[in-house]
Ligand binder design. Structure first.
Ligand SMILES: CC(C)(COP(=O)(O)OP(=O)(O)OC[C@H]1O[C@@H](n2cnc3c(N)ncnc32)[C@H](O)[C@@H]1OP(=O)(O)O)[C@@H](O)C(=O)NCCC(=O)NCCS
Length: 164
């Protein structure tokens, strides 16, 4: 299966926001009010196309994932990484992580921070990130999330475990 990564386009941002919510729901947040509280943080706005980097992964079946990064002052933030629920665990997340790392590095970042959903933290550890503490959720008051970092200066995709 080939996975193509390309920049996101304005007219697909609404669909990509819906993908993020569907993806977030896989961790069993069956409380609709929890997902509603996350909706704003998981939504893309048109201006994001200028202020951040957004890429989508596509297979023959269409768009299967999205990633968003922001770079400022040599530091990057992984703002979103969401895979279509039916397409998880087939390598799409890793491909989009590689894109994020390479894009952040090419824009001059030396580290990339990740405030992870607890269910996704191990995925990031498997892909070169290490824990640096916790961060307050931007959506749910009082909820703390694992905070991780990837050193971009010392870490190339081939050095990260299992990355092709
Ligand atoms: C977390 C997420 C991005 C991973 O993407 P994915 O496409 O399913 O992962 P991949 O198939 O690329 O997996 C790459 C490697 O990570 C491992 N992995 C994937 N998800 C994992 C998880 N939740 N926990 C532990 N390991 C995980 C895979 O087994 C694989 O390792 P291997 O090659 O040694 O077997 C995806 O599951 C997702 O979108 N989850 C829901 C939304 C979410 O929480 N996003 C992150 C917000 S911070």
């Amino acid at each position: 299966m080939s996975i193509v990564v390309r920049p996101a386009e304005l007219e697909e941002l609404q669909g990509l926001s819906a993908l993020c919510l569907r993806s977030k729901a896989v961790w069993g947040y069956d409380d609709q009010s929890f997902l509603e509280a996350c909706r704003e943080e998981l939504s893309f706005q048109p201006q994001d196309l200028q202020s951040t980097g957004i890429a989508v992964a596509e297979t023959d079946g269409g768009v299967v994932g999205v990633v968003q990064i922001k770079v400022a002052n040599a530091e990057a933030d992984l703002m979103k990484l969401f895979i279509e629920p039916t397409q998880m665990r087939i390598g799409v997340g890793r491909v989009l992580m590689n894109w994020a790392v390479e894009r952040a590095r090419s824009l001059g970042a030396i580290r990339m921070f990740i405030e992870a959903d607890p269910g996704a933290a191990q995925f990031y550890r498997n892909n070169g990130a290490y824990d640096v503490g916790v961060a307050a959720s931007g959506s749910i008051p009082g909820r703390m999330l694992p905070k991780l970092v990837i050193d971009l200066a010392s870490c190339s995709p081939t050095e990260r475990r299992g990355v092709q």
